[in-house]
Design a protein. Structure first.
Length: 253
């Protein structure tokens, strides 16, 4: 899958297919979003504030995670809202804005308070629910030699645990905001230490390369001024993770 993505990206990057970079700054940039993720809401608010400093409006539309990445790579979108750092190596048309957008942790959740589930027993490999398109969860499941079982929503992941279809679920907490704050997870056990920590970066299509450094400066100023923390704090207090539709397409970390 990655090979196919890289080949398509390289084809689009060729001189004949490349989109010319305009000398004028864009008035609006379009990115993809996922409706039921608090991290997406936080990212949109942060980027809206940062781009506002550059005189640029931001709009977001719902697009499945994998499709969003490809649309950003071929220039149908202006970039990708956020991804892990490794995406820059796999998609040459996308430029990583160097200042980190969000910091996150990946938590393992189980019906039983047993850390040994992470390691498995003998030849047994635990089945783990991962949100479709959440690259850090998919990558971590692979690194830990788990059997990933993909879900289209966090509600579906929670149901998989209750029904015994999986042994664990990998759920993100980003800037202290997580689907685990929803009371439907209260009867489950969050293992005490995160499985891994990760950083999410904003990505721009290469035709907007001139915006990368100014945007990095704007994001850093949001952080230093305390505005980023204020946005995250307000969202954490007011955001109520909505019930997700079982067929809703994939998440973006």
């Amino acid at each position: 899958m990655w090979a196919k993505s890289i080949i398509l990206s390289l084809l689009v990057a060729s001189p004949g297919a490349a989109l010319a970079e305009s000398a004028d700054p864009p008035g609006e940039l379009r990115f993809a979003s996922i409706a039921d993720l608090p991290s997406t809401t936080l990212a949109v608010q942060l980027l809206s504030a940062a781009y506002d400093d550059l005189g640029i409006d931001v709009t977001a539309r719902e697009v499945p995670s994998r499709r969003a990445l490809m649309m950003a790579s071929i220039g149908q979108l202006d970039g990708d809202l956020f991804r892990i750092a490794e995406v820059a190596d796999r998609y040459p048309n996308l430029i990583r804005v160097p200042y980190p957008l969000l910091e996150g942790k990946l938590h393992a959740v189980s019906k039983f308070p047993d850390n040994r589930l992470l390691a498995g027993k003998g030849d047994w490999r635990p089945r783990v629910a991962v949100r479709r398109g959440v690259l850090i969860a998919e990558q971590t499941a692979d690194d830990l030699n788990m059997i990933p079982v993909h879900a289209d929503s966090y509600q579906q992941m929670q149901a998989m645990l209750d029904w015994g279809r999986v042994d664990l679920a990998l759920v993100s907490s980003i800037e202290g905001i997580s689907p685990l704050q929803n009371e439907r997870w209260d009867h489950l056990y969050i293992l005490p230490e995160p499985v891994t920590r990760f950083t999410l970066y904003h990505y721009l299509h290469r035709r907007h390369a001139r915006l990368v450094d100014p945007l990095a400066e704007a994001l850093e100023q949001l952080d230093r001024s305390g505005e980023k923390a204020g946005i995250a704090d307000r969202l954490q207090k007011t955001f109520n993770v909505a019930d997700t539709r079982s067929e809703k397409d994939s998440a973006r970390e």
